[in-house]
Design a binder for this molecule. Structure first.
Ligand SMILES: Cc1cc2nc3c(=O)[nH]c(=O)nc-3n(C[C@H](O)[C@H](O)[C@H](O)COP(=O)(O)OP(=O)(O)OC[C@H]3O[C@@H](n4cnc5c(N)ncnc54)[C@H](O)[C@@H]3O)c2cc1C
Length: 462
């Protein structure tokens, strides 16, 4: 008799969601998290009355997507209070001004290019099976329709924002799935209490069904005997048994460190070694004396040529004008900041290499860029916090990736790592295996897939 039916390592969106789904099926579930605060990359801390996300978050489909689906599946559909982005509440900032999307595109695009873009959107809406485009990268696909620099710039920006890799690497199938679902549901939003509300709700689901959560507890080893998962050894040496272990701790660390390479065949090891993580990010969280913007979200992008921007950044040059994704959490929920203040968060993709030596310049250029977008922001600054790739790596691992295994043209759809690892009873969940979608939604679809795979296997053995 094992101690638990299920042990989950890691309390990210994927780990907590799969825990809630399996606990709701009366499986005795234990979740182990090494940090004091749950949620992994989707976590929030408090400082001087501000509730601050570790990352910089906005949620593609809110309750209408897989994050809400998980809650619906466990009978807790109202556990999160979402505030949805309404018409006119977001803007893109380009060449010195704020603009609406898509209506203001005509200000910048010649008529024939606008027509090309519209016919491209119409064609996309007719695609029945997006998987046929999984292995084509967005840049090559887009170039079949237009070479307009601004349109390419825009697709580059969206690729960076949603998949955290440049558009010449993003899978077109994944890109189209995500963008069409965004446009269908029109429910970009943000939860009351900050992004941690999502994993917290799932943890409540686990506890409600009698499951247990251990924080400040590190799994040192996944014990495998005769090709089967047997349980987890903690950093204090304690062994907890279970025939099903689910890792939310990243596929590379799971295979190389937690399980050990000796338990896998070479072909599989080679595949894991070749997997590419998404890029990392720098995020600034700015506590402001008073509100400086009415918008809930601004996407600012530099006027620099797309190829130039990426190639210079990869070589270690810090752009003067930096692309920024800027959610304003306190404009979604006033409780995110003290009454008279405003909380503004800003994130941009950065390569993990070269970052630390250029950190000061990244921060300086970021603050200058934000001052251009929101004149007066520096004068209104109470303080700011910065999270760097090194911080992300130290806290959550996965080579400081923002998302997990990147949604490239050879790592999306059927080419994503499977949630079932080639060891009986061993599974992966989160941004590193299975699923599709933007960021947290990828982790939530992975959790649904992982839970279904485990339950189907259990049924087939009955
Ligand atoms: C800067 C930034 C901005 C982002 N913006 C967005 C956004 O706007 N929208 C969006 O949807 N997504 C966004 N994301 C991505 C999103 O946060 C992640 O894709 C998602 O939260 C990952 O969930 P996960 O299930 O893969 O687990 P992770 O968040 O990776 O969590 C894994 C957990 O496992 C724990 N762990 C690891 N090893 C062990 C061990 N040995 N023992 C115990 N515990 C262990 C870690 O401490 C961690 O808590 C952003 C991320 C970042 C960093």
């Amino acid at each position: 008799m094992s101690d638990y039916d299920i042990i989950i390592i890691g309390s990210g969106v994927g780990g907590t969601a799969v825990g809630a789904l399996l606990a709701s099926k009366n499986l005795n579930t234990l979740l182990i998290e090494k940090n004091e605060i749950i949620g992994g990359r989707c976590s929030t801390y408090e400082k001087d009355g501000f509730k601050i996300d570790v990352g910089v978050h906005s949620f593609a489909r809110s309750n209408k997507g897989p994050l809400g689906k998980v809650l619906e599946m466990i009978g807790m559909e109202s556990a999160i209070d979402w505030n949805i982005l309404g018409p006119g509440e977001s803007r893109w900032y380009y060449k010195g001004g704020f603009h609406g999307f898509p209506e203001d595109l005509r200000k910048f695009l010649p008529k024939e290019e606008l027509m090309k873009l519209l016919s491209l959107i119409t064609e996309v809406s007719k695609i029945k099976d997006t998987s046929t485009l999984d292995e084509i990268d967005v840049k090559s696909w887009l170039s079949q329709y237009t070479n307009n620099a601004l349109i390419h710039r825009y697709f580059y920006m969206i690729s960076g924002l949603y998949f955290v890799i440049p558009y010449h690497q993003v899978s077109t199938g994944e890109f189209i799935r995500c963008l069409t679902s965004l446009s269908k549901y029109q429910s970009v939003g943000y939860p009351k209490g900050g992004c941690i509300s999502i994993p917290l709700a799932y943890v409540e689901g686990i506890k409600k069904m009698g499951g247990k959560i251990l924080t400040k507890t590190t799994a040192n080893k996944i014990v495998v005997e005769d090709g089967k998962a047997k349980g987890v050894e903690l950093d204090n040496g304690e062994f907890i048994s279970s025939n099903i272990v689910i890792s939310n701790a990243g596929i590379k660390d799971t295979v190389n460190t937690l399980v050990g390479r000796e338990h896998f065949e070479n072909v599989f090891l080679q595949k894991v070694d070749n997997l590419l993580y998404s890029l990392s990010a720098i995020t600034l969280k700015l506590a402001l004396k008073k509100p400086i913007t009415p918008y809930k979200m601004v996407v600012s992008f530099s006027s620099e040529d797309v190829e130039e921007y990426y190639s210079q950044m990869s070589k270690g040059k810090v752009p003067d004008e930096i692309d920024y994704f800027i959610p304003v959490p306190s404009n979604y929920h006033s409780t995110m900041a003290p009454k008279e203040n405003q909380l503004l968060t800003a994130g941009t993709i950065v390569p993990r290499e070269n970052f630390e030596k250029n950190k000061k310049e990244w921060i300086e250029n970021s603050l200058n860029t934000l001052e251009n977008v929101f004149p007066g922001i520096s004068a209104n600054l109470l303080w700011y916090d910065v999270t760097t790739p090194e911080d992300i790596d130290l806290m959550y691992g996965k080579q400081s990736a923002v998302v997990g295994i990147a949604q490239t043209n050879n790592q999306s759809g059927i080419n994503r790592p499977s949630v079932a690892l080639p060891i009986e009873g061993l599974y992966m969940v989160g941004g590193d295996a299975g699923g599709w979608g933007i960021g947290t939604e990828l982790a939530a679809t992975s959790a649904i897939e992982c839970s279904n795979t485990i339950l189907e296997k259990a049924l087939s053995q009955k």
